[in-house]
Design a protein around this ligand. Structure first.
Ligand SMILES: [Zn+2]
Length: 237
């Protein structure tokens, strides 16, 4: 392998590395996951709210049961009391009391019907929300696993490329390597071009025969008289 070929390979490797690093740093899967986690927290809040509503309705029903027991006890108490049947006022007072209690029991029965209906509705909504939340959670976990797999594959590619880069750099003479690094910075990642016939591969400015023969060269490598990148004239060792 000539130094020129090694430099061109190094440039390919550096371009691939930059792409992999950018891809890893900017994975759309990570942003999508963050959005889904936010949505999941909202769903969780909603599920908690529905559970709270169902519990409130159960408490209301339990209170209603207590009211009914109190009411029936009051009816029993009223009926057990001794009333003198000849005392018109007392008989009328008892009838009135029993009639009020019967109305109260009607109200309780009506309220129970309404509450039972709302409780069934709330229980159904709570179950649906819990089911949706569970499925959403499973989807997030599987997305997270896929993102981790993709990231670790990218990291593996980066590690491999870095190892190949070290091996390549180890056999490129130091002064060429230093010049490559300098050009890499100056030319934003495209430091080296090769000569295709009389045309450099990056700037595409045709070299005249005299300008070609004027170029100083070492290991078949010079600088392009137009763009000043490293120019590989020959890749033969
Ligand atoms: Zn050039």
């Amino acid at each position: 392998m000539s130094v020129g070929t090694d430099l061109l390979d190094l440039q390919e490797l550096d371009l691939a590395l930059a792409r992999s690093r950018a891809e890893l740093a900017d994975m759309p899967e990570i942003k999508a996951l963050a959005r889904k986690r936010k949505a999941y927290l909202k769903l969780k809040d909603e599920a908690l709210r529905l559970m709270g509503r169902r519990k409130d309705l159960q408490t209301e029903l339990a209170d209603l049961d207590q009211d009914e027991r109190d009411c029936r006890q009051a009816v029993d108490d009223a009926q057990r009391g001794c009333v003198d049947p000849s005392d018109y006022d007392e008989v009328q007072r008892l009838e009135l009391e029993l009639s009020d209690l019967a109305k109260e029991l009607d109200k309780i029965a009506f309220a129970r019907e309404e509450l039972t209906r709302r409780l069934a509705e709330a229980t159904e909504q709570e179950a649906q929300a819990a089911d949706y939340l569970e499925r959403y959670e499973r989807a997030i976990k599987s997305d997270a696993q896929a993102a981790r797999d993709k990231a670790s594959k990218l990291q593996q590619e980066i590690d491999d490329a870095e190892r190949r880069r070290s091996a390549l750099c180890a056999r490129i003479p130091e002064d060429f390597l230093a010049e490559y690094e300098r050009c890499l910075k100056s030319f934003n990642g495209l430091a080296v071009e090769r000569l295709d016939g009389a045309v450099p591969s990056l700037c595409r400015m045709t070299l005249t025969e005299s300008s070609l023969s004027d170029l100083s060269r070492e290991e078949g490598i010079t600088h392009c008289p137009y763009c000043h990148r490293m120019l590989i004239l020959s890749e033969e060792a």
